[in-house]
Design a protein around this ligand. Structure first.
Ligand code: SAM
Length: 214
């Protein structure tokens, strides 16, 4: 993701109705934000929000939160929300490292990781969103049996992610090195911005689904 610092993006986000501003204030009470008891799902590293917008428009009985670290990227998602407001989708600008401060144990039903930054240097491995350190955080906030779905075209990152499952409290349910060649899996697939770009370049897309052991 090319990060341009867009002047004023922080100010726009601070006032935006589709952004949750005090992300630690709703711990244990996210249902109150959505005013229903439907499941709550997160995309971590939501980028410009296309995946979540399409998913939320399709699955209207599920609540979605997009977590994104950078205001300048989140701004694009908010512009799309102005055009097509969705009651079951909100965004949070935060670093996912602190996710356990914002969600109570078992509060989250599913987590999506799409085209997460690879952090190729070994010493940065713990910053990778499918690392054992992040899986331990996800395990704290997911309900028993909750899922993490991960997609990437980066084979090194995917191989790393598969290894990390062994160091976690998750079990592997499904894994493919070429999602777009699998007609069955593609039936439910929603493309992300990065997926569109990399698959059109001919890169195979890897995907796994892991489940928190009960
Ligand atoms: N998911 C989108 C897609 O597939 O098109 C965007 C992918 S982009 C490569 C990764 C995004 O994750 C960037 O917008 C980045 O700012 C965000 N990100 C990376 N680390 C993060 C973290 N620790 N917390 C929140 N967002 C993060």
């Amino acid at each position: 993701m090319r990060l341009k610092n867009i002047p004023g993006s922080r100010e726009v986000i601070a006032e935006n109705e589709y952004v949750i501003h005090d992300e630690t204030a709703h711990k244990g009470n996210w249902s109150g934000i959505f005013k229903n008891n439907g499941p709550i799902r997160l995309e971590i590293g939501a980028g410009k929000g296309r995946f979540l917008m399409d998913l939320a428009a399709r699955d209207t009985d599920i609540n979605f939160l997009g977590i994104e670290k950078y205001s300048s990227v989140l701004l694009r998602a908010l512009q799309k929300m102005e055009e097509q407001p969705l009651d079951n989708l909100r965004f949070i600008r935060m670093d996912a490292e602190y996710i356990c401060d914002s969600f109570a144990p078992g509060e989250i039903d599913r987590i999506y990781l799409n085209f997460s930054d690879p952090w190729p240097k070994d010493r940065h491995a713990k910053r990778r969103l499918p690392s054992r350190q992040f899986l331990a955080r996800y395990a704290q906030i997911l309900k028993p049996g909750g899922l993490v779905e991960f997609k990437t075209d980066n084979r090194d990152l995917f191989d790393f992610a598969l290894e990390e499952i062994k160091e976690s409290s998750f079990e592997l349910l499904l894994s493919t090195f070429d999602l777009h060649a699998d007609a069955e899996l593609m039936k439910d697939n929603i493309m992300t911005e990065y997926e569109e770009r990399f698959s059109s370049m001919g890169n195979p897309i890897c995907k796994y689904v892991i489940r928190l052991r009960a």
